[in-house]
Design a protein around this ligand. Structure first.
Ligand SMILES: Nc1nc2c(c(=O)[nH]1)N[C@H]1C(S)=C(S)[C@@H](COP(=O)(O)OP(=O)(O)OC[C@H]3O[C@@H](n4cnc5c(=O)[nH]c(N)nc54)[C@H](O)[C@@H]3O)O[C@H]1N2
Ligand SMILES: Nc1nc2c(c(=O)[nH]1)N[C@H]1C(S)=C(S)[C@@H](COP(=O)(O)OP(=O)(O)OC[C@H]3O[C@@H](n4cnc5c(=O)[nH]c(N)nc54)[C@H](O)[C@@H]3O)O[C@H]1N2
Ligand code: SF4
Ligand SMILES: [Mo]
Length: 667
């Protein structure tokens, strides 16, 4: 048995360092790398048995073509050779381009793997053939837009700084499930006496980690933050010296926004009492080095970017940035050290094409206006489950005149709509390099075992398609190892010594410049609470969209799966999807504990069993996880039948939490 270092490839801020044990060309076990600066030796429950994913009997092993109906199942497919699969795709692409124009081809992919090679593997190819371009807004661009508006290109604070904080706020983040390694730093701070606050819309797995808990109404955190800012200003707790030197627009914020935004008004919107809001504002402002870990939950609303801007104002107003342990972590800037430039070949010109916001997949496939999509190439994503407005997405995928390719590791619900299915490798069957959006450690994950069956990596498939399409370009002849080499060697932010170490297979934590937290990379050089370049220069309260229905639906993350990844595993739980409802709400609708109900809005309806939970706030319903259809509570549709494809206020982000529903008991 031999041990190798690798990196967890999933879409998770922790990007853990792994130690993978291999015997006879099989992965036998995986554990966390003790020497990794953020992992520190532990893995989350999803990854402790990664070998079960890699060697799952459900892995796709060879290319297949559909011989039966769309939307049914694996029995509608037969095995074909790679040659036949690739030729079929190339012939279709050529025919589509000749008949309907190149923009009739659409690529849809996301972060099944976060690898810097495999995730953007197809970007350049599809740009070169003139396909419709895809934005990547399904996750949390609004959170990034909120941070950028206030701090520009400032490097994000390292998560380990939290260790030195005396007050930590876990704001809209369910860290136990989605960023578990930050809790290591939180616990060190707690041992040193730090207080921990958590803010969410319901009691999550992470509540027990905090000393103080606040429950807010969905989409209302902007009001809470403005109420706090009002109190901090009113009670003389703002750090005026810091503000004078480093903040632009504080006076405008006070005079134009805060003056009318009283704690009473804020309380009415967010549901936190004035007393609790005042306690929180005082505790936050009086702490020496308060640290906020901002999650993505509150950014997935129509007001997401504005909400994040408002919360980002807090550390500015109390001067948290100047102290060790103080600040706010939205997303780490790992991609500034190794990024996508090489894979995207940004320097090579290709005519611009129309851009598809990926959250609009359904509309794009069904809208008769404009250039119709005739060929769809999906990889590293499972949109039949994870994309919003599922009924429309599936109607689009069912179209007889749509040719769909799905490159996957498992027979997901999206595969049911494919004309051609291609088997994909897992991270231990191909080479890649990983940065992180939660910390600053970079590492390689080299190929450790032969691909399962005939599976191929994203890059291998794309490079082969490019050649068969007749694209003459040396880039497509590069191996994954050569690409990794180029990516590392062309990064002018990494020292030669660190480059050597990374390429040798060891993870390296990037060195951030001294005093980086105070080096505000905005046009004014200051923190911009007033940003003249933003469509809305000044921070204010904005409402979420909502729907005309009585309950907010919170579909939080389940600790057992990651989006719909890991659904291939066996779960010893006959009811993976449950609905939690406050007993008083349930009684109003004559719903008994365990009754089957239907939750619905004008986009769809989902059958599910409802259970009483007096810790769910009235007016909200909670269900966790984005499960495969076979695991869902309803046999016809999964949870995203209820979700809207409305974009966030900035960044064309998804609004998965900005959803209201009605409920009825099924007799
Ligand atoms: N186990 C597990 N881990 C995951 C994932 C998973 O599905 N499962 N998904 C991965 C991905 S793709 C991502 S982007 C990250 C996301 O990880 P996070 O940043 O944690 O984001 P979410 O889990 O979407 O939402 C976090 C919390 O926000 C809460 N929330 C919703 N609306 C509001 C609101 O208006 N105000 C406040 N204060 N809170 C609100 C939700 O209830 C939820 O508990 O996690 C990654 N890791
Ligand atoms: N209701 C609701 N919906 C949500 C969310 C939510 O909180 N609630 N979260 C949203 C968020 S934040 C995100 S980021 C999206 C994510 O949505 P998706 O991008 O669909 O993510 P996954 O469901 O993890 O699907 C990734 C797929 O990629 C495959 N895969 C893994 N590695 C590779 C590879 O190397 N090559 C290929 N070809 N395939 C691979 C996996 O087998 C898996 O099926 O979901 C969104 N959808
Ligand atoms: S899913 Fe996240 S926490 Fe779990 S091992 Fe991977 S990177 Fe670490
Ligand atoms: Mo995400």
């Amino acid at each position: 048995m031999k041990e190798y270092k690798s990196v967890c490839p999933y879409d998770c801020p922790d990007a853990c360092g792994l130690i993978v044990s291999v015997e006879n060309n099989k992965v036998v076990s995986v554990r966390g790398n003790k020497d990794h600066a953020f992992t520190r030796g532990t893995l989350c429950p999803k990854m402790v048995h990664y070998e079960k994913v890699i060697h799952s009997p459900l892995r796709l092993e060879y290319p297949m073509k559909r011989i039966g109906k769309k939307g049914v199942g694996e029995d509608q497919y037969v095995r074909i050779s790679w040659d036949e699969a690739l030729d079929t795709i190339v012939n279709n692409f050529k025919h589509t381009i000749d008949t309907y124009g190149s923009e009739s081809i659409l690529r849809y992919s996301y972060a099944g793997t976060m690898g810097v090679i495999q995730s953007p593997a197809a970007d350049y190819f599809f740009r070169r053939i003139g396909a419709t371009d895809q934005d990547r807004g399904i996750c949390s661009p609004a959170k990034q837009a909120g941070f950028r508006s206030v701090y520009g290109d400032t490097l994000a604070v390292k998560p380990q700084e939290a260790q030195h904080s005396d007050l930590i706020v876990l704001w809209g983040i369910n860290a136990t499930a989605t960023d578990v390694h930050i809790l290591h730093d939180v616990n060190i701070a707690k041992k040193n006496g730090a207080q921990v606050w958590i803010i969410d819309t319901h009691k999550t797995y992470t509540f027990s980690q905090a000393h103080e808990q606040l429950i807010v109404k969905p989409g209302s955190d902007g009001a809470l933050a403005l109420g706090m800012l009002h109190i901090i200003h009113r009670d003389g707790l703002a750090d005026l010296e810091f503000i004078n030197q480093h903040v632009q627009g504080y006076d405008q914020l006070v005079e134009q926004t805060l003056i009318d935004f009283t704690p009473e008004k804020a309380s009415e919107i967010c549901g936190v009492s004035v007393k609790r809001m005042t306690e929180f504002a005082h505790a936050y402002a009086k702490a020496k080095a308060p640290f906020i870990r901002l999650g993505s939950g509150l950014s997935r609303y129509g007001n997401g970017a504005m909400t994040c801007r408002t919360i980002n104002a807090l550390p500015a107003v109390v001067g948290a940035w100047q102290h060790l342990g103080g600040g706010l972590l939205s997303s780490a800037s790992g991609s500034k050290f190794v990024g996508k430039d090489v894979m995207q070949q940004a320097h090579v010109h290709a005519p611009a094409t129309r851009l598809m916001p990926m959250i609009k997949l359904g509309e794009m496939l069904t809208n008769p206006e404009g250039t119709k999509v005739h060929s769809l190439y999906i990889f590293s994503s499972n949109p039949a489950i994870t994309a919003p407005d599922q009924n429309v997405v599936r109607r689009g995928l069912m179209r007889d005149d749509l040719f769909t390719v799905v490159h996957e590791r498992f027979f997901t619900d999206t595969c049911k709509y494919a004309d051609i299915i291609l088997p994909a490798t897992t991270s231990v069957e191909h080479d890649d390099i990983y940065n992180s959006y939660g910390h600053y450690t970079i590492g390689t994950g080299y190929k450790l075992i032969d691909p399962i069956g005939e599976s191929r990596s994203n890059w291998q498939v794309i490079a082969e398609l490019a050649k068969r399409m007749g694209l003459v370009d040396e880039f497509f002849n590069l191996s994954e190892r050569e690409l990794i080499d180029q990516i590392v060697r062309t990064s002018n932010r990494i020292s030669k010594e660190d480059q050597d170490t990374i390429l040798s297979g060891e993870p390296v934590e990037m060195v951030v410049p001294e005093n980086y937290k105070m080096d505000f990379k905005t046009p004014s050089g200051k923190i911009e609470l007033y940003n003249p370049h933003d469509v809305e220069p000044l921070i204010r309260y904005m409402l979420p969209y909502g729907d005309n229905a009585p309950f907010w639906l919170i579909n939080g993350n389940d600790i057992r799966i990651l989006d719909s990844s890991f659904c291939e595993l066996d779960f010893d739980d006959p009811e993976l999807m449950k609905l939690r409802i406050h007993p008083e709400d349930a009684k109003l609708y004559d719903i008994a504990n365990g009754d089957e109900v239907e939750i619905y809005n004008n986009r769809g309806s989902v059958k599910i069993k409802a259970y009483y939970d007096d810790e769910v706030q009235q007016g909200t319903l909670v269900t966790l996880g984005v499960w495969w259809q076979s695991q869902s509570s309803d046999t016809e549709v999964a949870i995203n039948a209820l979700m809207a494809d409305r974009p966030t206020d900035q960044g064309w982000g998804s609004t998965f939490y900005d959803v209201q529903v009605d409920i009825r008991k099924l007799s």
